[in-house]
Design a protein around this ligand. Structure first.
Ligand code: G3I
Length: 302
């Protein structure tokens, strides 16, 4: 049984990974995804600098490829990501009035999410909007619109695809401990926004872990999951792919009823954004690593 099949047997929706056309056209890589994973997240093709590098000129080639591949291969898709301070074209960063930025966000979100309506399970509507002290990260969005950009983005997303679950995604929210300011800040803001009727369905915790951090995941993730209807680990990778740390991290999601799935951020080590850490489940020859076997052994026995 694959990890994805075991995950589904445990009541989860998927065990996924990220990819894009450059990975899906490598036969060995595509075969691993087809066999072991149930969901694909576009690693880069859904980002603003790819989708709308020039205002109003949309480039969906890469994201179309991934979504079509997913449909052909019967995989779910996590959409990533519409509103993010990084990979943001300079024409967006240069906007300095509220009305313009509101329309620009609405048009971007509506066009991207609307194109794939009915084909994407979850969207990271807003990515990495908090700073380490739990406040709003300084970006063109927060500077021009304050926290209102969150409502603008999520309302447009809901209209564009009423079936998709809408996520707010961030890092260093399960890594540092349940009292870490960014974790408590995210909880405080999301609780307030959900109460105010902003259509946020889920919290995504990226979980790019350093050594020794997996012990913090369970408590932090439960605290985050408690304030939304769904949650997920969205970009897992762990220094040296320590098997015990992988098991502890993934098990945290398994143990939380509304944690719907885990996504690891890539298939094989050399393709990782942090390749020097060898943080993934497959080695350069696409063979499984000890963390993979440990996951199968532990989860398969549940
Ligand atoms: O495609 C160009 C290529 O044409 C060019 O020659 C080359 C030279 O640098 O760059 C290529 O683009 C790179 C792209 O990855 C595709 O490989 C960008 O420079 C590089 O910045 C980009 O890095 C991505 C990074 O996000 C920034 O968008 C990583 O692949 C991706 O894994 C990483 O993922 C992020 C999540 O989206 C959000 N959370 C953190 C996570 C890790 O940083």
């Amino acid at each position: 049984k694959s990890i994805d099949a075991i995950f589904k047997g445990l009541g989860k929706l998927y065990f996924g990974t990220c990819a894009d056309q450059n990975r899906l056209t490598v036969t060995a890589n595509a075969e691993v995804i087809a066999a072991d994973f149930g969901q694909v997240t576009p690693e880069n093709s859904g980002k603003w600098d790819t989708i709308e590098a020039t205002q109003g000129k949309f480039n969906f080639a890469g994201l179309d490829y991934l979504v079509n591949w997913a449909q052909t291969n019967n995989k779910l898709v996590r959409g990533h990501t519409t509103v993010w301070y990084s990979q943001l074209p300079s024409w967006v960063s240069a906007i300095n009035n509220k009305a313009t930025l509101t329309t620009v966000i609405q048009n971007h979100v509506t066009t991207e999410i609307g194109r794939y309506a009915g084909k994407v399970l979850q969207w990271d509507v807003v990515n990495e909007m908090f700073d380490e002290s739990g406040g709003l990260r300084t970006s063109v969005f927060s500077t021009v619109l304050g926290e209102d950009f969150v409502r603008i983005a999520f309302e447009a997303a809901r209209k564009a695809d009423p079936a998709a679950k809408l996520f707010i995604n961030d890092y260093n929210t399960v890594e540092k401990g349940v009292s870490y300011a960014k974790t408590t800040g995210m909880i405080k803001y999301v609780t307030k926004w959900v109460a105010a009727g902003i259509p946020i369905d889920g919290i995504g915790a990226q979980a790019h872990l350093m050594a020794g951090e997996s012990k913090n995941v369970a408590a932090s993730l439960s605290a985050l999951c408690a304030v939304v209807s769904q949650c997920a680990l969205t970009e897992v990778d762990i220094v040296n792919a320590a098997a015990a740390e992988y098991v502890q991290t993934v098990k945290a999601c398994v143990d939380i009823p509304n944690c719907v799935g885990v996504t690891v951020w890539g298939v094989r080590d050399p393709d990782s954004w942090r390749a020097s850490n060898n943080p993934l489940l497959f080695n350069s020859g696409y063979s499984t690593k000890p963390a993979y076997s440990a996951l199968i052994a532990t989860l398969g026995a549940l």
